[in-house]
Design a protein around this ligand. Structure first.
Ligand code: HEM
Length: 440
């Protein structure tokens, strides 16, 4: 068992791959205090996440550790509290708000192009750092009508540091009060996020709460009015928890997805050329906007396929509230259930030649939507609230960037390099994501 623990900590993705290769798609670890079931079976995943969703909670080590940063926000809350918060936040993610997402995304990508305009030929850019800043700007501008750019570097660093501690705690649980250096780092990062929230809320209250379609902050603050929803309203703490949740859930995930997409495009020039040809044909030199999204079909396929190979949320965990049976396996109450999109997206039964990057897997005539073995955004009642937000953002950022520049891999001894994957809260490129950026 100790060997397993060490292997999980060293390289969780390889560990999971080895376990299913050896023991099959349903692996029970009959641990004494917490039985664990790894479910790599699409029907089993549906049972847990959709059909019997109410029989499972998010009271897991993974979400408990995240709660030290986000508090009881949408990602970590359960039961009636979660339902109430989801109802309050949902209107900010309705179709009408995607126009604003598209606008902010194109603007953030234009900003990156501006920074890259004067690069020397063959210059190398850390695309991961660039994507983190851009996606933070999009969340700030769209959901909070706040310009986070001035504080962007501090916020990105604070989120990164906080999530590193969260992962360390999830992998080696220990009392949160122990005065370890990691506790210091976490406290400092959380203080930065608290300050940011307080500033955003203060400035909005001073300006008055004029809601725009996508304006989550206005919805939260109006709900903080004691009579707003007839249930006592949101407390200041609850408002803070939702803001931090949305900053965390909404920026590193999309940055991870965009970064890996650009890496894959750099390695596959024929795919990059086809995407560029689509942009030329659909946009005819114009800047892309919301109304172009439906026509950018190949761009969307590229995003879907990159999310298959690099699903930022690579592991989902649940706790069985009561006993259940999953794909024929008994799940005692209290069990931990692990479902990994990383594994499901690589099942050879569902995805021929699973390691190959082939956006045409998602061509309309080949894709059987929705697929039970494709869960980059989860499924069921806890489906990602930002799914459409993320897809529109990814398509618009890619379209804006690839219209003007070309990405090429950094080569070593003539061969393209690809960074190792750090499976933290999201899939992070180890040491950043260096790519050559060439003007078109
Ligand atoms: C939930 C993935 C972008 C906000 C989730 C879940 C997944 C996911 C898998 C479900 C977790 C579970 O069932 O345990 C992703 C990916 C994204 C992305 C891959 C980008 C490519 C976003 C964005 C936002 C967001 C842009 C907000 C602006 C949330 C929230 C939840 C969530 C609040 C919790 C929803 C609930 O339980 O009610 N996300 N997400 N996500 N996501 Fe996303």
């Amino acid at each position: 068992m100790l060997r397993d623990l060490l292997a999980i900590r060293r390289d969780p993705l390889r560990y999971l791959e080895r376990v299913v290769a050896r023991y099959g798609d349903l692996v029970a670890f009959p641990l004494p205090r917490t039985p664990v079931l790894l479910v790599n079976d699409p029907d089993g995943a549906r049972r847990v996440l959709v059909e019997n969703a109410r029989g499972y909670s998010k009271q897991t080590v993974q979400y408990g550790a995240l709660g030290a940063v986000t508090g009881a926000g949408l990602l970590t809350a359960d039961g009636p509290e979660w339902r109430r918060h989801r109802r309050i936040a949902q209107p900010a993610f309705h179709h009408g708000s995607l126009d604003a997402v598209a606008d902010q995304s194109a603007r953030a990508a234009q900003h990156l192009l501006g920074q890259w305009r004067d690069l020397a030929p063959g210059a190398v850019v850390d695309v991961d750092a660039a994507c983190l800043r851009a996606t933070l700007d999009v969340v700030g501008g769209t959901l909070f009508d706040a310009d986070l750019a001035a504080d962007g570097a501090r916020i990105v660093t604070a989120v990164g540091e906080a999530l590193e501690v969260v992962v360390a705690r999830a992998r080696a649980p220990r009392p949160a009060w122990l005065p370890l250096p990691s506790k210091h780092r976490l406290d400092r990062a959380v203080a930065t996020l608290d300050e940011t929230c307080a500033r955003v809320v203060r400035s909005r209250r001073a300006r008055g709460i004029e809601p725009a379609a996508s304006d989550l902050l206005a919805l939260l603050l109006r709900s903080a009015d004691p009579d707003a929803d007839g249930q006592g309203g949101l407390t200041d703490r609850e408002v803070r928890d939702e803001i931090v949740t949305l900053v965390i859930a909404g920026h590193e995930t999309v940055a991870s997805s965009l970064g890996w997409t650009l890496q894959l495009l750099a390695e596959h020039p024929a795919v990059q050329d086809r995407l560029h040809a689509e942009l030329t044909q659909v946009l005819e030199g114009r800047r892309p906007g919301w109304s172009d999204v439906p026509a950018l079909r190949y761009t969307r396929r590229v995003v879907d396929e990159a999310l298959r190979l690099y699903p930022p949320a690579w592991v989902l965990t649940r706790r069985a509230v009561e006993a259940d049976v999953v794909a024929g396996v008994d799940v005692p109450a209290g069990s931990l259930v692990i479902i990994s999109p990383w594994l499901l997206h690589r099942r050879a039964e569902a995805w021929p030649d699973p390691a190959a990057f082939d956006p045409d897997r998602f061509a309309a005539d080949r894709a059987a939507a929705p697929r039970p073995d494709y869960l980059p955004f989860g499924v069921g009642p806890r489906l990602c609230i930002g799914r459409d937000f993320a897809l529109v953002e990814s398509v618009l950022v890619l379209a804006t960037l690839l219209q003007r520049v070309r990405f090429e891999p950094v080569r070593r001894d003539g061969a393209p390099t690809r960074p190792d994957v750090d499976a933290l809260v999201t899939l992070r490129p180890h040491g950043g994501l260096p790519l050559h950026v060439q003007p078109r």
